[in-house]
Design a protein around this ligand. Structure first.
Ligand code: DON
Length: 304
């Protein structure tokens, strides 16, 4: 299929799309990004590449990295991981505190902030040099040795991270955070600060389209069964309180970040990454979702 032609067709259709979203600015550094950026890159499981727009510009992948930290923690812990974090859609905002008290400090799923903080705590327990070991894992999965954290963004988030500090303290009071809070927070802010281009992002996530095997190194990153479960979690929880809407409109497992990136997987076929920084009220890329809805309709590649 000539995906490039389809990208151009959809971009033309969206030329008149009135994007009334806003760039995230609760992390001050994210607020400096040019709102008009738009990029898309699709990588097939046979390593064919199709792109459009600003697809080779780095952006902050933010919460998208929660999938990668989950992969690593799942491999360390196996099924006992689910004693400390659930697999249910939360139906609440990504940084919500509401359910956490009645759920006795067990986050609904690993892709909301509370869940990603527990996953970060687990990785801090397992890794000798958490930041170094994690970024090496991401580089291995993607086959790209230059992927890195952005210290400027991590520090910027740290300076305004009151909500995450509240979440982690609440969970610590329930005994679901084992390590020093500052160490876990520093690790979490760094993993959210990772920068990638659309091309790098779609390549990094391709192993979830190939049932757990990295097409670049042929290394098994996840077992087939765990890889299916990861896609199920993305399908149900990847877009917070908009996960239902994303399934309804796009029909692929995926994950968003407040940097305006979205990655989505069509198992056994492709991984696609889009980037458009203006977010809707749920914190997901406004134009990104719109683009993917038209793309999966045009290509008939919803998994349903
Ligand atoms: O913790 C935060 O608020 C950010 N580092 C990540 C939030 C995020 O990307 C949520 N995504 N839609």
């Amino acid at each position: 299929m000539n995906y490039k032609k389809i990208f151009i067709k959809i971009a033309n259709e969206l030329a008149t799309f009135k994007d009334n979203g806003n760039v995230a600015n609760y992390i001050p550094e994210l607020g400096t990004v040019d709102p008009s950026k738009f990029g898309v890159h699709l990588t097939t499981i046979n390593d064919k590449h199709f792109n459009f727009g600003d697809s080779n510009e780095k952006f902050s992948i933010q919460s998208i990295s929660k999938v990668l930290s989950l992969v690593m923690a799942y491999n360390f812990e196996g099924e006992k991981l689910w004693k400390r974090v659930g697999v249910e859609p939360s139906g609440t905002a990504f940084n919500s505190l509401i359910q956490l008290e009645t759920d006795l400090g067990i986050p609904r799923n690993p892709l909301i902030n509370a869940g990603a903080l527990v996953i970060s705590d687990i990785l801090v327990s397992h890794l000798k040099n958490p930041k170094k070991d994690f970024i090496e894992f991401v580089r291995r999965v993607s086959g790209i040795s230059t992927i890195d954290y952005c210290t400027r963004i991590a520090e910027s988030e740290k300076s305004t991270g009151y909500r995450n500090t509240a979440l982690i303290n609440l969970m610590k009071s329930f005994g679901n955070i084992k390590n020093d809070i500052d160490i876990v927070m520093d690790f979490y802010f760094n993993l959210c600060s990772i920068e990638m281009t659309c091309k790098e992002l779609s390549q990094t996530f391709l192993f979830l389209a190939t049932y757990g095997i990295s097409p670049y190194t042929e290394e098994r990153i996840l077992s087939k069964s765990k890889s299916k479960r990861l896609n199920a979690i993305m399908q149900l929880c990847g877009f917070y309180d908009e996960a239902g809407e994303f399934s309804f409109k796009v029909g692929l497992p995926g994950k968003s970040g407040v940097g305006g990136g979205i990655v989505a997987i069509y198992p056994n076929k492709y991984s696609i990454a889009v980037w458009s920084p203006k977010l809707n009220k749920k914190g997901n890329s406004n134009k990104g979702i719109q683009f993917l809805e038209l793309f999966t309709s045009e290509t008939k590649t919803s998994i349903f």
